[in-house]
Design a protein around this ligand. Structure first.
Ligand code: ATP
Ligand code: ZN
Length: 287
């Protein structure tokens, strides 16, 4: 047994909080995340959860106050953090982009020379502009960046965008992407003995949950003369399970299919003669 718990830093309240807590719960790690809590101890896994501002997470992990943390790649990059990324988590997708007021006449990065840009990402922005040899006045502000042009603070902004609807409703349009980002699990480069094994167990569970999300379990009935065609449509992990039904000449087939294309496959199965098709979510999947 390890001498102490694994400590993970997660965003206390914000865009990553719900998905991060959801991920730990899908790993069957139970804990109390009542509002305003700053730390919590899992009841069924040697894990302590620290609830922090996302910007503080790289530092807490670097300093060893936490062993690992869930944070956007954008935050790691802005902090110039060298922390290793153990897992990409598949949520919190966004991009750091430059946007300008619609109709401003600024169409590309090179048009920004001698202009003012407001951002909460001054390092990433100045690195990007510096590589293009542009001389730009960067205004570093901590929030509500999208209103800066409207109130006369800047000619352009550099901010995180996901759907683009916030930009649109503020009369802005994107002209350049600086980086793409998603949430990741960052970890201290050296974990104490025992804690490293706990971290491996956590990663094993996270991988199993993320793999499961990309797949569905499918069950169906089919006449035996259609089996070959149906098996080709749903080859599964090794091969589909085929079991005879009590009704003569019919079989039940079970398999795993990719979530992203499963509606197309279900239509093809139906057309191929399958009946009683059930599609079921998978909680965890280890290949
Ligand atoms: P905190 O109070 O923890 O400092 P914050 O306001 O800095 O929170 P959020 O807006 O909650 O941060 O965003 C957290 C992370 O979510 C971002 O760093 C980014 O990785 C991700 N994200 C995904 N989509 C977006 C988006 N459209 N805008 C901002 N962040 C996004
Ligand atoms: Zn923040």
């Amino acid at each position: 047994m390890s001498s102490r718990n694994l400590k993970i830093a997660v965003q206390r309240s914000g865009r990553l909080s719900e998905a991060t807590i959801g991920l730990l719960k899908k790993c069957d790690i139970g804990f109390d995340n009542g509002h305003g809590k700053l730390r919590s101890r899992a009841f069924n896994f040697p894990l302590e959860i620290l609830f922090l501002r996302d910007d503080d997470i790289p530092r807490y992990v670097e300093d060893g106050v936490a062993d690992c943390g869930v944070v956007g790649e954008n935050v790691l990059a802005e902090a110039e953090s060298k922390l290793p990324v153990a897992e990409k988590l598949g949520f919190g997708q966004c991009r750091l982009a430059i946007a300008v007021p619609r109709g401003s006449g600024i169409a590309r990065a090179s048009d920004l020379d001698r202009k003012r840009i407001a951002t909460s990402y001054p390092r990433l922005l100045s690195k990007f502009l510096g590589e293009l040899g542009l001389n730009v006045d960067i205004h570093s502000i901590s929030g509500s960046v999208e209103i800066a042009p409207g109130v006369g603070l800047s000619d352009a902004i550099c901010d995180l965008v996901s759907s683009g609807s916030t930009l649109f409703s503020n009369g802005l349009e994107e002209i350049e992407t600086i980086m793409e980002s998603e949430a990741v699990l960052a970890v201290r480069p050296e974990l104490p003995e025992g804690v490293d094994r706990l971290f491996e167990s956590l990663c094993f569970r996270i991988k199993a949950v993320n793999e499961a999300r990309k797949n569905k379990y499918i069950l169906l009935n089919a006449p035996d003369n259609k089996l070959a065609e149906i098996e080709r449509l749903i080859p599964g992990m090794k091969s589909p399970t085929v079991m005879p039904l009590a009704k003569d000449g019919w079989s039940s087939i079970h398999s795993v299919i990719a979530e992203e294309s499963h509606w197309d496959v279900v239509e093809q199965l139906k057309a191929a003669g399958a009946e009683g098709i059930l599609v079921i979510s998978i909680d965890q999947m280890v290949r």
